[in-house]
Write a protein that binds this ligand. Structure first.
Ligand code: HQG
Length: 177
């Protein structure tokens, strides 16, 4: 349903970027009270906990999680939280990043930077990276990231839902596909 998509996008924005605008408190790990979030969703969309749980349980990228009466976005934040946690599961040796052709030169020079977010976001497959890049332009470029090499030099890569994150990816670990 279109309304579910709208609420899901709002929930991403609320938990990643603007909880304070709606009087929602987010702790240092990104958690907000489910009650607070339900109140905002009810006021704005007339929808309740059922819809919130439906969105969280069916999100294709695992954008959100609910635990002990709290909810958080797993990745994508611009608000200051501690992003240094990772879910269990191995990190694939190669990861991918889809982006606009115009910025590839800058990326190969300066590395992948988090820009307006707290982390750099990487995908587990070329297909997912293309989808990420399409949010920016019709014909994205896919970069292959030597995740194994990064971790070998002590650069942390974290798993969050279906997404992988890092603080920074130095140019020497990036190859244009
Ligand atoms: C680019 C969505 C110039 C970078 C997606 C990207 C993802 C540079 C843009 C998640 C640069 C930032 C994040 C440099 C990086 N010079 N440009 N040195 N370093 N960039 O939206 O990765 O659907 O913040 O290539 O699917 O596109 O919302 O990052 O193009 O998983 O759940 O700066 O957000 O997830 O753009 O997307 P973004 P992203 P959701």
């Amino acid at each position: 349903m279109e309304e579910i998509g709208r609420i899901s996008r709002f929930l991403s924005g609320l938990l990643r970027h603007f909880p304070h605008k709606f009087g929602v408190k987010v702790d240092s790990e990104g958690w907000a009270s489910l009650e607070d979030v339900e109140r905002v969703i009810k006021e704005r969309y007339g929808a309740g906990m059922d819809i919130i749980r439906h969105i969280v349980n069916n999100d294709p990228k695992g954008r959100f999680e609910i635990k002990d009466g709290r909810i958080r976005a797993r990745y994508g934040h611009s608000i200051a939280i501690n992003t240094r946690w990772s879910e269990d599961g191995s990190i694939p040796p190669k990861l991918y990043h889809g982006t606009r052709p115009e910025v590839v030169k800058s990326i190969m020079q300066h590395g992948l930077l988090p820009m307006r977010r707290l982390e750099v976001h990487l995908s587990g497959s070329v297909e997912e990276a293309i989808d990420v890049g399409r949010r920016h332009c019709p014909k994205p470029v896919v970069l292959e990231i030597d995740a194994e090499g990064m971790m070998g030099e002590g650069i942390e890569i974290r798993k969050k839902g279906s997404v992988y994150t890092a603080d920074f990816v130095p140019p020497k670990f990036i190859r244009v596909l």
